[in-house]
Design a binder for this molecule. Sequence first.
Ligand SMILES: [Fe+2]
Length: 315
Amino acid sequence: MFQNDTFTNWTPKHSALYSRQPMRVGHNLHASPLFTDEGLADLIERMPRSHYHVNFMGAVGQSSKTWREGRIEGLSGRDVLSAVRNGQIWVSLQRLEEIDDDYAAMLDQIYSDIEDRVNGFSSYKQSLGLLISSPKAQVYYHCDIPGQSLWQIRGRKRVYVYPNTEPFLTPQFMETIVLGETDEEGMPYEAWYDDYARVYEIQAGDMLHWPLNAPHRVENLDCLNVSFTTEHWANDLRASYAVHYANGILRRWTGAGELARQTSGMGLYAKMGFAALVKYTGLQKRHQRRFRIDFEVDPTTPTGIRDIPAFDLPG
Ligand SMILES: [Fe+2]
């Protein structure tokens, strides 16, 4: 049987489901001192500009047009927490393993506990990002490129997880993402997709994991939310990425319609080689992502933000 250190109720069922079906399992990381108000405030104050995003968004039911990027300037960590608690913002602290040894150790422990439990699972380039978000904030329909899990620390949210197959996720759309032509949030979405989603209402101590690239969206309930995501790469994930990359290039160069998507065998090796050649020789122009910053976090306003003259930040 398992040791159950990170996880509280992992059973062989979860080992069988991992990366194949959406799944929920219990964890005990919400009890860590890293996630007290003091711990979070201290972390916020130590974040370099390269490692955070702050977004303003509409409440549940509003369209994605209200998504904006901002900055944190001249505030204490406690001020930022207060703006999130009372406003409509989403603070994302990224790649914490590069910033803080305690987070790096937690990330290592998490993946070692999963690898102990899932036969044949081996990952690399793991990363951890913390999300502190306002009551009723939402994240729109999107998918992520690496393998990903969501860990709930405080508050409650509803998470919709959709199949990673057509029509919810098309190969053509994945190709535009891996080629950097669009970001993951620009994904086409229809309200009826929800009929095909698994819907989870999660609280502190819940972890969700879903199959690679499965689209999802999130609605916070009426409370401050603290969560983190872990993401990773593995050989099969890298193979899938290379196939999307190569197919995207081939489609653009040749106008081909149907392209093979096998992720093993000779076709795969040829495509991995081709993807590497194109990517590292610069044959395909990389689209540089930029962020337009047009607000500052401000705990004294009802929304938690204040407009500033817009400027661009390289992605
Ligand atoms: Fe996501």
